[in-house]
Each structure stands twice: as C-alpha cells, then as structure tokens.
Design a protein around this ligand. Sequence first.
Ligand code: HEC
Ligand code: HEC
Length: 310
Amino acid sequence: MKMTPIAVVGGALAILTVIVLLMVVWPYATTDYTPSEIYRDRTEVEQAGFKIYLQNGCVYCHSQSIRSFDWGHGAHRIAQAGDYIGDRPIQLGSARTGVDLSQEGGEHPDDWHIAHFVNPRYTRPNSIMPPFAWLGDERIDTLTQYVQSLGLKAADKRMQRQRYWKQESIKAYEAGPDANARWLAEIVPQGWRDLPNPYPTTKASLQRGHVVYQQFCIGCHGPVGDGMGPAQPWIYPPPLNFTILKGREISGGIIYYQLMNGITGTAMPYFKHELESQKIWEVGDYVAVYFINDSDANKEPRGIDAANEP
Ligand code: HEC
Ligand code: HEC
C-alpha cells in the first residue's frame, strides 16, 4: 500500500477512534452507576466547598480512596465505585503526602478543621500542609462543610455524634473547672480510671515525652500547658488548661485513654493511629509531671515489673 497523505491521516484517525472506543466509551458505558449504601447527593454549600477543594489542588496531596491494603486514616471503609457517582471530576488522587480524606467527615468537629485550615501548624505542630487563612472565614467555612461531607451518609452519622458530644462538652466546660474535670474523668471507663502509668518516670522518658508534646500537643495546650496555644482562639470548648487538674488524682490510665481515643465533640484528637503505646504513656507522664505536678507512674496497683524497668 502506498503511503499517501490520505492513507496516513485516515489510518491515524482510525487507530485513534479504536483507542477512544476502548479506553473511554466502553468503560463509561459498562461502569456500574448504582449508588453505594452510603451515597447521598451533596448540598449546595458542600458542592461550593468541593469547588474550593478543586481550585486549591488539595488532590495533589490527598487521596480519596481506601483500598484493602491501606491502614490508618480513613481505613474503616474500603472505597466502592458507588461512593463517587456525584463527583465531577472524581478526586481519587494518586499521592498521599497528606492523609486519605475519603472518610474525613466527622473525624473531627468543625472547630478543629477551621483552626487547621487557618494554619495546619496550630493543630499539628509539624505539619507540612500549606496554610489557607487567605481564603477568609466564609470560604474556610464552606470548605469545612465539604470536608465534613466526605463519607456521605457515614459522615453524617459521625457528625451527629460529634454534635451531641460537643453540646455535652460545652455544658461541662461552662459549669466550671470542678464540673469539667469530673466530666472528663467520668467519660473514661472504670478499668482505665484505676490504672496507674506502668512506665516509671525517668529523665529519658520525660525528654521523650517532651518531644511528643512539642510535635503533637503544643499548638493547642500551649508550651506551659495552660491551653493557650495558637489554636486556642478557634477552639471551643478551648484546649484544656492542665492546671485545673491539680490535686484531683487524675490517673495515668485516664490520660492514656483520652489520648488514645480523643474526646469526641471536642477538638481533642485521638492518637491511636499514629502514636505507639509507649509514646502515649510517656507524653501522658510528661503532662502529669510538669503541668499537673502529680504523677502516678509505676505506683500500685502494679503487676510484675517488665524487663525494661530499672
Ligand atoms: C503540600 C501538601 C498538602 C496540600 C496541598 C494540602 N494538604 Fe491537607 N494535609 C497535608 C498533610 C501532610 C497533612 C497531615 C498533617 C496535618 O494534619 O496537617 C494534611 C492534613 C489534612 C487534613 C486533616 C486530616 C486529619 O484528620 O488529620 C485535612 C482535612 C486536609 N489536610 C485537607 C486539605 C484540603 C481541603 C486541602 C486543600 C485546600 C489540603 N488539605 C491541601 C498535606 C497537604
Ligand atoms: C486540636 C487541639 C488539641 C490538640 C492537638 C491536643 N489537645 Fe488535648 N484537649 C483539647 C481539648 C479541646 C480538650 C478538652 C477540653 C474540655 O473539654 O474542656 C483536651 C483534653 C485533653 C486531656 C483530658 C484531660 C482529662 O482530664 O481527661 C488530656 C490529657 C489532653 N487533652 C492531652 C493532650 C496531649 C498529651 C496532646 C498531644 C499528644 C493533646 N492533648 C493534643 C485539645 C487538643
């Protein structure tokens, strides 16, 4: 066959048509657009927030898809095709410089997100996420509503829980330090309340606790533990002023449990995904020794001494 211009152009077009049919039209026609059990349409505000998400390239650092071999943030749900039918374009993402956000809705209450968008270092002292304070209050609010919708119906359930506990925590906070300290202890299951910190206080453990405190807590609870970190103006109930716990015999177990699970409804996050057990005990002891001035580290009741104990 002679390579006339018509044969070259016609041939190229034919090949292109086959590729488009195979790679675009066929998958589009055969994809299942049945909504998954968590699917619902987004509200108008949430859609507006989705636009801000698109415009600011959040997808370059955040995925929205959990696969069966993923762990950690958002891993409580494996993504399904039917979760995405309302998104144009879908923000699956291919990078996870930040965390996966497919189930971010209800992970934190709104005040945490607002402080975090204003400056991620406020709630996460060593975050590399850029600050978005320049978006202004209104757009930060809109973006927050979108982020709180990630996970759709599942997120709505988590948000309902956040709202319920937010009211409870505000009631306790507004009733004064005595009532608040009591409430904070009573939401912890009894077994944990009786448990002293099993690690002894040592110079090394306090130094390690200090490092964890600087990396995870200082933005809210502040360098001297009075709750006046830079996130404080955005957060309500405000970050706990640890000095109100003086003389109240707060056990190591209470602090451990709160750090592990967070306090739903308040901005206090949970750390069980990212801090291993020893770090939680040691930052807890750091808080107990320096801010509450009362540590039960390695006190009775205790079991057999562990091999690592001096
Ligand atoms: C340069 C990369 C980068 C960009 C761009 C970025 N993020 Fe992040 N993001 C991160 C990192 C890293 C973290 C984890 C540390 C932290 O919490 O700040 C994070 C955390 C988050 C979290 C908190 C997750 C949690 O519950 O702990 C949310 C929500 C979030 N980003 C939303 C956004 C949104 C919305 C945008 C766009 C407006 C965005 N991010 C842009 C890197 C980025
Ligand atoms: C985003 C802000 C924020 C960060 C980060 C944060 N906290 Fe909190 N923390 C709070 C808030 C808010 C409360 C609850 C205040 C209230 O209900 O009065 C709280 C409560 C607590 C309590 C409960 C005390 C009790 O009596 O039960 C402990 C302990 C605590 N935080 C320790 C820490 C430690 C240690 C870290 C770091 C690993 C940390 N927090 C990180 C905001 C934060």
